[in-house]
Design a protein around this ligand. Structure first.
Ligand SMILES: [Zn+2]
Length: 356
């Protein structure tokens, strides 16, 4: 909080300015603009190629600036579909302030059906704050960190579990230290109208998009809307309803904000997985059998899944067990697992308003 946008990359010694070109005016122009972020890169048949990231800005009067993104990981499609719909539907008359839409941050990965970028092998969500002179993923992370986050009040980054993980569909957030920022993020997370809201911690590295946006004091809204290769109709509906409601909640989109009680739904159930032990990893490679359904309650010591060994049929399967009582919020997608893959996440009831 209270630091300027450029701090992080100056600290890292990345003093160069962005190489990304755009014809979009993100700050002054009114109405509806559509264009691209052009990221220079080379491949064998394209020495002066550009990776084009579609971007639209819809602006009308004074109000919040909301940056809405999906496709951070290519194989997470529900949010990309939801933003593509808004791209075509939203007109300046629906907006107060400015809405910046990026349906897909990682088109090469989305086309390939992969989590990582096929251009540079990077996980985009580990590239922040980025590098102006780095790979395409690093250049885009740098552009978001130094150009788009600083001009935004709200940063929305829509995820699912992709092909690797199944999630109990939820909006989720970090327990940010600043209490004012945290309170606003709790309300925005609840505005997504999911049955579950989830406080998570980073067990797999640093450099996440939400961490950089949070560090800049932004209201950050993120989701994990299911997962797996097929995207069910109910997940699309959940994503699109939640996204619209969040935009209304933030004051950028006209309309009546919905609440769960008005929809005759029970109150949101807040869950947290803030200890590393809540995340269970495969002790060796094998064929993983999920033994518990998402949303099921388990007791400490209970088996969450079994590792089988195709090459050793006589060998007893190895159980992956719960280290505490909890609710299963995420489990393994593909049956094939490598040693060290996260195969389960257990969460615990919490009230984020009472946490220190
Ligand atoms: Zn993701």
């Amino acid at each position: 909080m209270g630091r300027t946008a450029g701090d992080s990359w100056i600290e890292k010694g990345h003093m160069s300015t962005t190489q990304i070109h755009t014809e979009i005016d993100f700050t002054q122009a009114r109405g509806k603009q559509r264009g691209h972020l052009a990221i220079p890169y080379s491949y064998n048949l394209g020495g002066w190629a550009n990776l084009l990231i579609p971007v639209s800005v819809v602006s009308n009067g004074d109000g919040p600036v909301v940056l809405l993104m999906a496709g951070n990981h290519g194989d997470e499609y529900a949010g990309q579909v939801a933003i593509l719909k808004l791209w075509r539907e939203i007109e300046p008359g629906h907006i107060t302030g400015r809405l910046i839409l990026i349906p897909c941050l990682n088109p090469p990965a989305a086309h390939a059906g992969t989590r990582l970028s096929p251009l540079d092998g990077r996980n985009f969500n580990r590239c922040f704050p980025g590098d102006a002179a780095g790979s395409p993923s690093e250049m885009l992370a740098h552009y978001l960190s130094t150009v788009l986050f600083p001009l935004s009040d709200v940063v929305i980054d829509l995820h699912t579990g992709g092909r690797s993980t199944n999630f109990l569909p939820c909006a989720h957030m970090h327990l940010v230290a600043d209490k004012t920022q945290r309170r606003t993020m709790i309300l925005a997370t609840e505005a997504f109208l999911t049955d579950h809201a989830f406080l998570y911690t980073d067990v797999a590295g640093t450099g996440l998009l939400p961490c950089e946006a949070e560090r800049q004091g932004k209201i950050v809204i993120t989701t994990e809307l299911g997962g797996g290769e097929p995207v069910l109709a109910r997940i699309h509906r959940l994503c699109q309803r939640g996204l619209r409601n969040v935009l209304i909640h933030c004051g950028v989109l006209a309309g009546q904000e919905q609440t769960r009680s008005a929809l005759k739904l029970p109150p949101v159930r807040w869950l947290q997985a803030l200890d590393r032990g809540d995340y269970r990893f495969a002790p060796e490679s094998g064929l993983y059998e999920n033994s518990v359904e998402l949303g099921e309650e388990v007791r400490r010591g209970e088996t969450l899944g079994l590792l089988h060994f195709l090459e050793k049929p006589d060998r007893d399967p190895v159980p992956v067990v719960a280290h505490s009582d909890g609710v299963l919020v995420a489990n393994r997608g593909p049956s094939l697992v490598k040693q060290g893959d996260c195969v389960a996440c257990l969460a615990h009831d919490t009230d984020p308003r009472t946490l220190p």
